[in-house]
Design a protein around this ligand. Sequence first.
Ligand SMILES: Cc1ncc(COP(=O)(O)O)c(C=O)c1O
Length: 349
Amino acid sequence: MFDINKITRENIRNLKPYSSARDEYKGKEGLFLDANENSFGSPLDTNYNRYPDPLQLDVKEKLGKVKGLPVQNIFLGNGSDEAIDILFRAFCGPGIDNVIICPPTYGMYEVSANINDVRIQKVPLTAEEFQLDTENILKSINDNTKLIFVCCPNNPTGNGVKWNSIKTILENFNGIVVIDEAYINFAGYRSLIPELLNYPNLVILQTLSKAWGLAGLRVGMAFASEDIIAVFNKIKPPYNINSASQKLVLEALQNTVKVNEQIKTIVEERKKISFELSGLWFVVKVYPSEANFLLVKTTNPTSIYNYLTSKQIIVRNRSKVELCEGCLRITVGTKEENKLLIETLKQYT
Ligand SMILES: Cc1ncc(COP(=O)(O)O)c(C=O)c1O
């Protein structure tokens, strides 16, 4: 049985969190002489002289409507990378605990584990299909396994992971299963958010950096039970989302129509360039993608990468990554960018 108290590190369980000025007085009106801010204002037209809402309640309320979740089930981080780091700090004892990751996958899980001195158990995805090796994942779990990361759709392979495998892991693991849905808006299937009601050990990560086009604002999300989100909030830096980002995200959330149009175009373009890339003499395989990028197996990846760079077209060389030998990862751009990419690649000899 999953027990939040059993899995949370003792020092975090006992932690008395920092109490900021804005935690202690939550009213919006008044003469604020409690936070050593500059009451005169800033040199900018928009005043940023006041600290932001530590819990970003306005943004969470709006976001909650889009996602169908109450604010108590939402954490906002300085990118979802912050949520990944917090998962390690909250639940993994340095030098003691371990996590399971399934390469090839998003690199920050491993980097965050290393920063936090947490051992990694790698259970590679199956070759070519890039699905979870459920049997070996379950075999690898021991008393000190605290987190299992599953990226769905996966970066850099682009595919979705079968729900049956995720379900099996959720039901046979007493730690936290983290489903990273950074690319979910481009997928032909739905988010696992509704499953939060069924699985107290599920954490879902999403981000505004991809489909929402707000990578520069650094806003990522974690969705989980109230208990897990409370642990996140306890250890996050007091003002982790700045006022400018909160303001701009609220504005962006008004325009779901534009976001949905862009998603539709990106998905259409993905199909189009996937077809065109498949016809090039040096392309061995274009993997099916549920994301806003394509993994493309080629006969000579580094030479193609260097050629594209010389034409100022920058893609990601993933050919040294386990199970991705020969592969480049190409982000789907605008129609014009994709046209230029294909025209340039056609001239590669
Ligand atoms: C799978 C995955 N998760 C998370 C992130 C990080 O997103 P953010 O910009 O929210 O930190 C990325 C970024 O590329 C990603 O590919």
